[in-house]
Design a protein around this ligand. Structure first.
Ligand code: HEM
Length: 265
């Protein structure tokens, strides 16, 4: 008979509950007091709380995804494909949670949204610099948007660095070139990789980038659906036409070369 592990036999013990410090190690480690102090609804509408939490959760996830994509870029630059792929995979996990975060707003009605919309003033997610970082890392480098942060020199400088540096896709392509493929036509390079059994790793990287691309589009599509449901085709608080602007963004392919390859394979 196999021996029973000691942990199965042991009596359960309750975790420690006495701490000398003013806070628990848990709260101190993860900044819990600060975290909860950041929730300040400005209206009497209960749904505003979900809206703020959804925004804050998504902001944190934008930052986490930025962290993983940047790690992937650094690894690609030194030809460390396993590290690059694991960073991209961890980024995919965060992207999945990001897409699911829209569930926090799934049941918000137009009446509820309208009752706190005035407190937003001109505030809009369009002004999220963490999101703009992600757009730059994807290769969507709209320099004009740097103007949003003219009054915030640290953010402006950080974004400019990302704007001027290679995008995640640029780094992937540079890696592909060092793997011996001619990238003068990027689509041609990805096609050649697909035709060459020795380039399996390059193809695996391409498929991972497609996973990233699909999840970016999924987030945009769920944003679009939430906006359509909560406020229809009214103009946005950030000054855009709203739905039509977001629809245009959601229709843009992420990493268009990798989609174009599909036409020729
Ligand atoms: C249901 C509630 C929401 C509505 C009605 C809404 C509406 C809009 C609208 C109309 C725009 C276009 C720009 C403008 O004129 O404001 C926009 C952009 C944007 N929103 Fe939202 N939004 C909502 C929730 C969120 C949340 C929770 C986030 C998370 C941070 C977010 C992030 C963004 C981002 C990043 C953009 C820029 C997208 C781009 O440039 O393609 N939105 N939103």
């Amino acid at each position: 008979m196999p021996a029973t592990p000691a942990s199965t036999l042991a009596e359960p013990t309750t975790p420690k509950v006495d701490f000398a410090a003013a806070t628990t190690p848990y709260a101190a480690y993860a900044g819990i007091d600060t975290l909860h102090s950041l929730l300040h609804p400005l209206s009497e509408e209960p749904a505003e709380t979900s809206f703020i939490v959804a925004t804050q959760v998504m902001e944190l996830l934008f930052g986490l995804i930025r962290h993983e994509w940047t790690r992937a870029q650094q690894a690609l630059r030194v030809d460390d494909l396993p590290t690059a792929m694991s960073a991209l995979r961890r980024g995919l996990d965060a992207q999945d949670v990001l897409v699911t975060s829209w569930d926090l707003l799934a049941s918000m009605t137009p009446v509820e949204f309208n009752s706190f919309r005035p407190v937003l003033g001109e505030a809009s997610g369009f002004q999220s610099y963490t999101y703009l970082h992600l757009e730059f890392l994807l290769g969507n480098k709209h320099e004009r948007l740097l103007r949003l942060y003219a009054g915030h020199p640290e953010v402006h400088a950080d974004l400019r660095r990302t704007l001027e540096a290679p995008s995640l896709y640029d780094d992937a392509l540079a890696y592909v070139e060092r793997r011996g493929l001619d990238v003068s036509s990027p689509v041609g390079a990805w096609l050649a990789a697909n035709a060459d059994p020795k380039q399996g790793e390059v193809c695996a990287l391409a498929e991972l980038l497609m996973d990233v691309a699909e999840r970016v589009t999924r987030w945009r599509q769920r944003h679009l659906a939430s906006v359509k449901r909560c406020m229809g085709a009214k103009p946005g608080t950030g000054g855009s036409s709203g739905l039509s602007w977001l629809r245009h963004a959601a229709e843009q392919d992420v990493f268009p070369d990798l989609w174009a390859v599909r036409d020729a394979l």
